[in-house]
Design a protein around this ligand. Structure first.
Ligand SMILES: Nc1ncnc2c1ncn2[C@@H]1O[C@H](COP(=O)(O)OP(=O)(O)OP(=O)(O)O)[C@@H](O)[C@H]1O
Ligand SMILES: [Mg+2]
Length: 335
């Protein structure tokens, strides 16, 4: 059964953008369903802000078309603008004014009566956890507070879709977590969100659907689970006590997937699905044949692995976590 265009809040078809000499977008297509959090994930310069710019009617595409909230962005930009909220990559607030004054100006530009602005401002500032800071000048806000304020302001006009361009870039982990909580709350309330990010953890945690963009092209699309299943499985590391134990382990591991012994001769590496379920079975079989294991770890695929597989490059700025453990560990054992 097909879905009608009315089920989609955003339809982008073959979007292209050329800035003198630079092909920022080379045919970008995707659809965003009502009520979902949709993430455009990609590294610096991939074309995320350009895509947002076109969808919010501020950048004129060189080709393709987009319909947002039921209206064509090129032909009816004002109809689109009335129905969307936007949080830009760079803050766009007046820091000399208080939150309330910023909200009031924003509401008046959209023709909302004062009483409505007052009522919604109270509710929205509460939603983003800033109700006590309503009358403070934004100069006194932290970066994370400014971001949350901008989300509240973007919602003042009750938009059909909220756009956020890298909502947590530059925030410390605590401030980032607070912004995530706000987005999760919006998701519960059924607000349609379009966000861009280059943090895979952010996309994975918040998004129902993710399009991965690289060099102006969508290279993969799906739910976080669908995307990760493209990589083909978890990686298990079984550290054996001796080379002989490793040989025995290899025979066992080969029964479950693609297995090999790492260079140092004592680490068996197995790529297989569902490591958490598999590991106890392997341990049991190892015990049965007397193969001694001194340590085990497994690493599940991340969106970074998907990006790595498709482009040969890494999405992330910094490495960390289990994967590093495995890499360092193998290195140390080898040395
Ligand atoms: N106004 C402009 N004039 C010329 N080139 C531009 C302009 N805006 C963007 N570009 C180029 O287009 C490409 C895509 O840029 P865009 O800002 O859309 O990427 P992005 O994914 O948002 O990157 P970032 O993560 O750094 O915000 C880049 O190569 C960029 O240098
Ligand atoms: Mg950008």
């Amino acid at each position: 059964m097909g879905r009608g265009a009315e089920d989609y809040v955003i339809v982008a078809e073959g979007l292209r953008k050329r800035y003198d000499g630079v092909e920022a977008l080379r045919g970008v297509s995707f659809r965003v369903r009502r009520g979902e959090v949709f993430g455009l994930l990609g590294p610096n310069g991939a074309g995320k802000t350009t895509t947002v710019g076109i969808l919010v009617t501020l950048v004129k595409p060189s080709g393709g078309r987009a319909v947002v909230a039921g209206h064509d962005v090129a032909r009816e930009p004002w109809e689109v603008r009335k129905r969307i909220g936007v949080v830009f990559q760079e803050p766009t607030v007046d820091r000399d004014l208080t939150a309330w004054q910023n909200l009031y100006v924003h509401g008046r530009i959209y023709g909302l009566p004062r009483r409505v602005i007052e009522e919604r401002s109270r509710e929205l500032m509460e939603l983003v956890g800033l109700e006590k800071a309503m009358h403070r000048p934004l100069r006194s806000y932290s970066g994370g507070m400014i971001r949350r304020f901008e989300i509240a302001r973007a919602l003042l006009t009750e938009p059909m879709v909220l756009f956020m361009d890298e909502p947590t870039v530059g925030l410390d982990p605590q401030a980032r977590a607070k912004v995530w909580e706000v987005i999760e709350e919006l998701k519960k309330r059924g607000v349609t969100v379009f966000l861009t990010t280059h943090y895979m953890e952010e996309a994975e945690r918040l998004c129902d659907h993710i399009a991965i963009i690289d060099h102006g092209r969508i290279i993969a699309e799906g739910s976080p689970e669908e995307l990760k299943s493209m990589v083909g499985g978890d990686t298990l590391y079984l550290v054996a006590e001796t080379r002989l134990d490793a040989e025995k382990l290899l025979r066992i591991a080969s029964g479950y997937g693609e297995a090999r012994i790492a260079e140092d001769g004592r680490v068996v590496v197995l790529v297989a699905r569902d490591a958490p379920r598999l590991l106890p079975r392997i341990l049991e079989e190892a015990r049965a044949v007397g193969a001694r294991i001194v340590e085990t770890r497994y690493v599940r695929p991340t969106l970074n692995d998907v990006f790595l597989m498709l482009t040969g490059r890494s999405l992330r700025d910094e490495e960390g976590g289990w994967r590093d453990w495995a890499r360092l560990h193998l290195h140390a054992r080898r040395g």
